[in-house]
Design a protein. Sequence first.
Length: 429
Amino acid sequence: MLAAMPPTPTTPPEPGEAPIRDRGDACPGALRLHAAADGLLARLRLPAGRLTSRQVRVLADAAEEMGDGSLSVTSRGNAELRGLRDGCGAGLAALLADAGLLPSPTHERVRNIVASPAAGLDGLGHADVQLWARALDAALCAEPRAAALSGRFLFALDDGRGDVAGLGGDVTLVAAPDGAVLLAAGTETFRLAAPGTATAAGAPAGTATGTTAVRAALACALAFLDAAEAAGTGAWRPRELPAGQHPDWAAALARAAITAEPVPSSSPPPAPPPPAPGPLGDRALHVLAPLGRLTAGRLRALAEGADEVRLTPWRGVVVVGPSADRLPALAAHGLVTDPADARTGVTACTGTPGCAKSLADVRADAARAPGGPLPVHYSGCERRCGHPHGTRIEVTALDPDTYLLDGAPVPRTALAEAVAAARTKPMES
């Protein structure tokens, strides 16, 4: 049950065709561990990135006692434990279950929900989508069919500030300023109305409650499963379905007794730049994890006195409860608390020696990245695992001593200078 996962082969599609996947999704989870070059890896789904202070301390203990002493924050605000020793699976599962981090063993890999991390904290959003995320998680775990979703299927819940709407969700909910909710599924967009309200072309759809939004998101996820089964291509996400075989989203919403008015679709909004570290309203702080890694010591520092901790898709952490005077203490633990810190906006994949596919120790080079306004991502190979969404500089290893930057090879000895120039030049629109 906890053995290493085999690779997931696919049948290469012709240009423009949808992929045909010959096996189910092999994405790692908390119970399905992945054998990496540095030991076993467990990926924990954390809807909206939310953790209690006790859960943070449990993960710190697990990282020290079973893994490499650190926790990695993913581009979906989930968590990874790396360097896990052989035979630790059962003990890890028991530890996570006791901490409330495994509410459904059958659904643990499909709880992929990102939500605006600052929702309910700074007064900028139109709804507290953190509450929606908890309700959606419960609805997913209570629906047996939802366990068939791919571990890559993503729900994005945006409170209207636009921070997660552009992160490539398969089903995206956006709170509107008039109390309505916009739902994007595939290439279609709908305006949702609360139960009992009517819609008409060009008329307001009424107020859609969080309950309505959650029911709509689940209905669309199940509609995708129906379409994927009918297509028979093993699609993991709606964008992989063959042309002409996409779900009838409107019919699925109607069957769920949800009033939904189609609205003109537009291109997905661009992902905004990562939010800067610092105070977040008067109730929270936002800090960044250097290269997405939180040592056990950093985890315990974050948990100290916190009401709640939220991991973010930008490999940061929102700490709910403390005041801004805790920033110096967190900075002393090596967390990024200053927007001017050169580490802001720098991300990297695992690289060597942790990943056997990597061609270089990209984390070592990323740690020396010069500062600049544009984000930069270092990749150990052309797969570019863990890259952020939105505008960024891509630095990709070609071999241990050469990187690809702006389409040209750059010797490792000249990389810092080249990255400094790239991070400060205007990007083409």
